[in-house]
Design a protein around this ligand. Structure first.
Ligand code: ZN
Length: 95
């Protein structure tokens, strides 16, 4: 099944384009989210899951949002973990 991807301009800097698989009212590019992606992950289980190549975070706003949400709120659901893993798997096999 082919995936449809949209190119949307970053809501914040209005310069960079962000690839998303569905239209969203707000999309933020990697450059604008860079600072938010920094942080200490204390849970070794989550740390291992989120420990993926940085380029994956650059390419995929969904992965960025999962990590940022975790850093902000300190929680991640099993559903999010499953979706995260699936996305990483798909991206790995597309290389
Ligand atoms: Zn931006």
């Amino acid at each position: 099944m082919a995936k449809i991807q949209f190119k949307q301009k970053c809501t914040k800097c209005k310069t960079n384009y962000v690839l998303t698989n569905k239209r969203q009212p707000i999309v933020i590019c990697y450059d604008c989210q860079k600072d938010e992606l920094q942080g200490e992950i204390n849970d070794p289980y989550v740390k291992k899951i989120l420990d993926i190549p940085e380029e994956f975070y650059k390419e995929n706003s969904f992965l960025r949002n999962i990590k940022i949400n975790y850093l902000k709120y300190g929680t991640i659901s099993e559903k999010q973990i499953a979706a995260f893993r699936k996305t990483v798997e798909e991206m790995s096999s597309n290389k």
